[in-house]
Design a protein around this ligand. Structure first.
Ligand code: DC
Length: 217
């Protein structure tokens, strides 16, 4: 069983996917976190400011990438970086990294290997279009960009991050643009995905909607 939840930043994918995973006893895979891990690695290697078309650096990064997705968190080179990958510096740079073909090939391979012979709900941008075009259920979540910025702001300030709402809003607009216009696996709704607008829905309503879609499969 594969459930694909795609949509732009802040549309509610991870919150909803976690809840649905719990209800249906599925394993949850946050694929955005994987691109964040690669971005963090690029930051640590100091190659983000370089020309990212320099594939030698990217290949060196990918060859030395040790990522581990455990139930208790995301590990990079043996260290739990679950908090670090949510920092603004990673959010600001992740779309650039996620647009690189070589990075995507490796992440998609890892996502398919992780999900093999398991019941999994994955959230991301290209799950229904590229990673699992034959997923049992595909949902495309959307929400107004201002509302998405408000949600991210609330999430980060609750964690004690000192962030500005306007900066988050601008970052969301920038990521939407890069993610949906890139050449490799752009963010888009799969033809057979069900679109759910979460702007004025609460979490329970969205969860129930997805559970109903699942029941009617
Ligand atoms: O869902 P998120 O905000 O953590 O995702 C971080 C970035 O990773 C996002 O800007 C786009 C990219 N991404 C992607 O290209 N493909 C995926 N399947 C998941 C995320």
């Amino acid at each position: 069983m594969i459930i694909a939840i795609d949509g732009p930043a802040g549309s509610g994918k991870s919150t909803i996917s976690k809840l649905v995973a719990k209800d249906l006893d599925l394993i949850y895979l946050d694929t955005g976190a994987m691109y964040r891990l690669v971005t963090l690695k690029a930051l640590k290697m100091g190659i983000l400011d370089e020309n990212l078309e320099n594939l030698d650096k990217i290949n060196e990064l990918l060859d030395n990438l040790e990522i581990d997705i455990r139930e208790d968190g995301f590990y990079l080179d043996g260290v739990d970086v679950s908090e670090e990958i949510r920092k603004p510096i990673v959010s600001e740079n992740v779309s650039k990294i996620a647009a690189i073909k070589e990075v995507r090939i490796k992440m998609v391979d890892l996502q398919r290997a992780f999900s093999k012979a398991k019941n999994v709900i994955l959230d991301g941008r290209d799950i229904g279009t590229v990673v699992f075009p034959n997923a049992d259920l595909k949902v495309f979540l959307v929400a107004d960009a201002r509302e998405r910025a408000n949600r991210r702001y609330k999430e980060l300030t609750e964690k004690g991050e000192n962030v500005s709402l306007e900066e988050i809003y601008q970052n969301i607009l920038m990521r939407d643009k890069i993610d949906s216009t890139r050449e490799e696996a752009p963010l888009k709704k799969a033809e057979d995905a069900v679109e759910v607008d979460t702007t004025s829905k609460n979490i329970d309503e969205v969860k129930e909607k997805i559970l109903n879609l699942y029941k009617n499969l």
